[in-house]
Design a protein around this ligand. Structure first.
Ligand SMILES: Nc1ncnc2c1ncn2[C@@H]1O[C@H](COP(=O)(O)OP(=O)(O)O)[C@@H](O)[C@H]1O
Ligand SMILES: [Mg+2]
Length: 316
């Protein structure tokens, strides 16, 4: 991998749009003008809820879905002007487990390498299968593999032509903890060897654990794109929820300086900065303001809060 030239940006996408036409003639705007740059050598996360457009984006990169408008450069190659080189630069692990039941893993890798014109002398099928713990299944029919093995085979297939960029679409959906751990450690190893990694997920935790940089995509648009620490620093607020003996009709007076809000069920919500504020002080303040505390709980920010924080920020 060290012998190949490395452009500054592994992926560069401008004005990308995709409109699907459904059976009834209804149109779905899956991507509504996406600009995105993935720096070479990074582990980049595409984070967003179901239906956000992540797979559409990935499948356009892979050449599996035809874009409606915009430009895509992969490893410096324009997808339209240089389709062969741009396709050779990327390997995609799809969201669905679509293995060919009649191929053995080794045959699947050889076929994939052949498809990309990799000469026999430069193929690394056995090495890749071994790295993914499939060496002893090299000659088994794919239909006899477990779900976890099929997932690893898809990763192996995506690597068969030695792409500069590896894309994993929801790699841990339905995957057990052990496979998840081994998958991540292998992805990190590939990245250390120079492979740029893009992964999609709808779990904030997963993106923050793995990625150097995260783009948040929602309803076909990029809501934010930042280095992970910068993104997380926006999410330092937790919420203390006070469940009173009887539901409150209004937020009590005397909580000045706190961003207290009343929930529809009569609970009192008090945001606080993780590590800086003491939630027990907030409980004391509420009690001093006359709230009879029955119970308390705390809430972590979730993806929804991230969107709100970001869109709130943008409006400001
Ligand atoms: N082949 C298709 N035909 C019509 N609509 C589609 C097709 N694929 C995806 N969509 C729609 O496009 C939107 C984005 O879907 P998708 O890219 O799969 O999002 P994600 O991967 O983030 O869950 C959704 O509204 C989805 O229903
Ligand atoms: Mg998807």
């Amino acid at each position: 991998m060290s012998d190949r030239h490395e452009p500054a940006d592994a992926i560069s996408v401008r004005g990308l749009r995709k409109t699907y036409r459904g059976a009834g003639g209804a149109e779905v705007e899956a991507l509504r003008g996406v600009d995105l740059t993935v720096p070479s050598g990074s582990i980049f996360g595409l984070l967003g809820p179901n239906g956000a457009g992540k797979s559409t984006f990935i499948n356009i990169l892979a050449g599996l879905v035809v874009k409606s408008a915009g430009s895509v450069r992969i490893w410096g190659f324009d997808q339209d002007a240089n389709p062969r080189m741009s396709r050779a630069s990327i390997g995609v692990v799809p969201q669905e487990l679509n293995t060919d039941p009649f191929f053995t893993p080794r045959e699947a890798l050889e076929a994939q390498a052949g498809l990309y014109g990799v000469p026999k002398s430069r193929r690394r099928s056995d090495e890749i299968l071994a790295a993914l713990g499939l060496a002893d299944k090299a000659h088994a029919y794919a239909r006899s593999l477990s779900g976890g093995m099929k997932r690893r085979l898809l990763v192996a297939k995506a690597l068969a032509h030695d792409p500069a960029v590896l894309v994993l679409d929801e790699p841990t959906a339905g995957v057990d903890i052990e496979l998840r751990r081994s998958l991540w450690s292998y992805v990190r190893e590939l990245n250390a060897r120079g492979v740029t990694i893009i992964l999609t997920t709808h779990y904030l935790e997963e993106a923050q654990e793995m990625c150097d940089r995260i783009a948040i995509i929602d309803k076909g648009r990029v809501a934010a794109c930042e280095d992970t620490p910068a993104l997380l620093s926006r999410l330092q607020d937790k919420t203390l929820v006070i469940h009173p003996e009887t539901p409150l009709a209004a937020a009590p007076a005397g909580l000045d300086g706190l961003r207290a809000t009343l929930r529809p069920n009569g609970d009192l919500a008090l945001p606080y900065a993780r590590g800086a504020d003491d939630p027990l002080d907030l409980v004391a303040r509420a009690q001093a303001a006359g709230v009879m505390v029955r119970d308390i709980s705390t809430e972590e920010p979730d993806l929804e809060d991230v969107f709100l924080a970001l869109t709130g920020d943008r409006a400001a």
